[in-house]
Structures are given as C-alpha cells and as structure tokens.
Design a protein around this ligand. Sequence first.
Ligand SMILES: Cc1ncc(COP(=O)(O)O)c(C=O)c1O
Length: 364
Amino acid sequence: MDHIPVARPAIGQDEISAVTSVLESGMLASGDRVKEFEKKFADFCGSTYAVAINNGTAALHAALLAADIGHGDEVIVPAFTFVATASAVAMCGAKPVFADVDEQTFNILPAQIEERVTPKTKAVIGVHLFGQPFNIQAVQECCESHSLKLIEDAAQAHGALYNGQKVGGFGHFGCFSFYATKNMITGEGGMVTTSDKTYNERLRLIINHGQSEKYLHTRLGYNYRMTDINAALGIVQLKKLEKFNLRRRKNAEFYNANLSVQGLIIPTTAAGVSHVYHQYVVRLTEEFPLSRASFIDYLKAKGIGSAIHYPIPLHRQPLFGLDNNPDPCPVSTRLAGSVMSLPVHPLLDQKELTYICDTINRVK
Ligand SMILES: Cc1ncc(COP(=O)(O)O)c(C=O)c1O
C-alpha cells in the first residue's frame, strides 16, 4: 500500500487550463478573474459582498480592522483553534481573550463567551472548527445583547450549513482561507464576506494600501490583494466544492460506521448542522491501547499519515504569555492532549478507507 497522506490537493486539468489561460493573458495581478471569483463566492455564501484577499490570516486581520478593533479592545476567541484566529487580534493591537470549547464538538461555548465579556470587549470570533458550524444562534444572541461584532472564522468550513444556510453569511464578517489543504484551494488565498456596504468599502481600502483613488491614500492599508492566477484556480474549485464536501462527508460516515477500538472516540455532529469535515478528528482516552505518539508511529509504519490539530491550546502558547493557573480553558488543554486527525480528503478511495479502518481496528 502506498503512503496515504493526511491531506492531498485535488487539482485537475481544468484548474491547470484556467491558470494557464491567466498566464497567457498577461494579466497576472488582480483583475477580472478576481472580480468573477468574488461575485461567485458571495452568491455561494448568500452574502451581498465578498472581498478576495491573499490568505485567511489577512482576511481575519482586515475584518477586525474594518470593524474598528484596535488598541485597548478585547476580542473573545476560542482557545482551541489555529493560531491565526488569535494572532490576527494581536496584529490590530487588541487583546485576544480565550474562551473554552465543548468537549464533543470542539467549538466555542456561548456560556464561556458570556463570562468573559467586559466593557472593553468589542467582538467575538467564532470558529467553525474542522468544518462543523459552532452554535451560531446562541453566539449571535450573546453578541447582540452586548453590542459586539461577530466574525465567523470559516477558514475550515466552506459550504458547511447551519439550519440549512451556508456559514460565512451569519456574522458581520465571514473569513475564509483557500490554503493548499483546505476544502477548496487557491494555493494561498482567502475571502471576506459581508452584507454591509460600509464594511465592504473599508475592506477594499484595507487590502489595497488605503488607496481611494490612484495614489490617494486615505487610511493605513496593506497589500493583501489576491492575484488573477489564484482567483482562476478558486473559480474552478468553487464549482467542485459541493462534490468535494460530499466525498469528505461519505469518508467520515465510513469511519463512523467502521472504526471500533476501545478508547477511540469518533467525532460528534451537533443537531441542525451539516459538517464538511475539513478534518476528521478522533479523541483517544486512557482505555486506548497505545499512547498518541505510539499510535502515530504505528500508522506511519503502515503508510498512513495523521496529524494533531492542535497540540497546544492557544492560551498556553508562549506568544500570548499568559499565567494559566488555574487553567481557564481546561477542556481545550485536555483536547490538545488527546485529539488526532485521520485522512478524510476527497481523493481517498474505498480500498484506502478500508485499509485505514482495518489497520486501526487491529490496534491492541
Ligand atoms: C481556523 C483557521 N483560521 C485561520 C486560518 C488562516 O488561514 P491562512 O493559512 O490562509 O492564513 C486557518 C488556516 O489554517 C485556520 O485553520
């Protein structure tokens, strides 16, 4: 059996042709392909506007800046997520405040947000972690009652549904990443969705040097533009996204039905959501026969890739330099010590899925 990687980009001849035609056109910067991608992505998410950007971290940074987050402000974020959710807050000079997550769904707990609101709190970033929407209704209610902005970090959840509606269209902003392992990819890339005209205008200034007319700079901005090369890839990938997500869901269902080892807990899906399995994340308890490190080595020796998302919760990252006694986010700490991601990408075939389940079920 060949090595089965934990992630693999699904790129076909149509992506290659789309990129080639941009290269042949001579328009390599931000042009018509970017405009077309923005329009199609906004329609897909059900938002009025979508602003293409050069990665998901820049998407979060630009959204926070457009929401006027800056020095002295606090933004509540989950402790169990990728670092960019919180580092984007720090990039604005604001303070990320960490909230704990639900042990079953891995997503931010609304009650934890409520406990951490202070007069300095200006926004909440909820993360649809691993492709599963967080409890949007409860978080939205909390934000409304304290007049906070809601930013959805949908970097891992393109096309996921909450009560039948696509994520990215619920908050004041939705932030996406198209990094090479995501459910749809452009190499590096991102998008900010919003239905607010003023936010759309601010975002366009922020991503382009604060330039309101040629060489007239009305605010501090950045070069966060996407290129037509990336957008051409994104347009083709967006067409395939539903098919990719269906494959990911079917792969996850196969694992759910076939993985059976004591001490290995399969992921839980909340009611009312459609999970798009950016990652298939299991938890290992003390009853599991191997330590996590030995299990990873065992799978590697059998040609199966795996990963840990994420081994250190954000409140324990040296970057944030916090005193964590007593631990303010014990569930996140526990998850960081027990989770493991198995391959779930859309290119897995039936033989590989069966082989992975058989190999895992043989662990003693
Ligand atoms: C939850 C989350 N937020 C933000 C990002 C940042 O996206 P990018 O890597 O495109 O900057 C990622 C990327 O891995 C992510 O997983």
